[in-house]
Write a protein that binds this ligand. Structure first.
Ligand code: ATP
Ligand SMILES: O=c1ccn([C@@H]2O[C@H](COP(=O)(O)O)[C@@H](O)[C@H]2O)c(=O)[nH]1
Length: 248
């Protein structure tokens, strides 16, 4: 049994035993489609380098638009610290090395969190009649995650892509390290995260660029200035007026 099979079994993901079964289940999966209907559920991915300001901007977007903010990194850290988790040690090592945790784990955590939020219901705007809106922060970081999530969980509507220089990001993260308690907010881990971002996450941005779903936002100015630009894009998206890539 491989580590991915073990993960799949523990998280209740079907792990095909034979080629025949695999072909069958692929056929069934293809017929099933995504778990959530993108006509009702709006998924906005939030990407950018480590320290670009994704989490900071998400917090503000939640307040204005009533999004549910799901940070993939936070979900992984919670799973890492969950008593009895079989994956705690594995997640810890991946995060320390700035590597991407196998997608089965992250996608299942996201799907579970989305389902729980929808079942719980929310009083905010955008949450009536089975509708919902999610900001998925720091995800997808790798092509396999992007394809799998769009196909099996929910087709995403937009990528908010915050950009700034490595110099700015490093400075912000070292400052954040004074209080964050994050094991990857140190110079060695940060450098590794920068490399993974360039090599593994940039192709994801390219993928969504080709699909005309990217809003690129300069994340260098003040938090409020950056927010204005992101909020304008989101306003247009929710009003059904957004068409194509945007640079703000
Ligand atoms: N526009 C900004 N100007 C100055 N500081 C900022 C700005 N945006 C965020 N920060 C600060 O930079 C640090 C990193 O921001 P944040 O945690 O939002 O980044 P992130 O992209 O979510 O990072 P990570 O991917 O590592 O989780 C925080 O301490 C935050 O307060
Ligand atoms: O889809 C994902 C998202 C994150 N990770 C791991 O978590 C850390 C921290 O992520 P933040 O978004 O900065 O909180 C990241 O470096 C990865 O190691 C992941 O594996 N998959």
């Amino acid at each position: 049994m491989t580590i991915l099979d073990m993960i799949a079994e523990k998280l209740y993901i079907k792990s095909p035993a034979s080629k025949e079964e695999s072909a069958e289940s692929k056929e069934t999966d293809a017929k099933k489609g995504p778990v959530f209907d993108n006509y009702k559920i709006t998924v906005v991915f939030v990407l950018g380098g480590p320290g670009a300001g994704k989490g900071t901007q998400c917090e503000k977007l939640v307040q204005e638009f009533g999004f549910c903010h799901l940070s993939a990194g936070d979900l992984l850290r919670a799973e890492q610290n969950r008593e009895g988790s079989q994956y705690g040690a594995m997640i810890k090592q991946y995060i320390k090395d700035g590597q991407i945790v196998p997608m089965e784990v992250t996608i299942k955590l996201l799907e579970n969190a989305m389902r729980a939020t929808l079942e719980e219901g929310r009083p905010d705007q955008g949450w009536t009649n089975g509708q919902g809106r999610f900001l998925v922060d720091g995800f997808p970081r790798k092509m396999d995650q992007a394809l799998k999530f769009d196909e099996d969980v929910c087709l995403s509507s937009l990528v908010l892509f915050y950009t700034t220089t490595e110099e700015v990001m490093l400075k912000r993260l070292l400052k954040r390290s004074e209080t964050s308690g994050r094991e990857d907010d140190n110079e060695e881990s940060i450098k590794k995260r920068f490399r993974v971002y360039k090599e593994t996450t940039m192709p994801v941005i390219e993928h969504y660029n080709k699909l005309h779903k990217v809003a690129e936002i300069d994340g260098s100015p003040s938090v409020d200035k950056v927010y204005e630009k992101g909020a304008k894009v989101v306003r247009e998206l929710l009003a059904g007026k957004l068409g194509g890539n945007v640079t703000a």
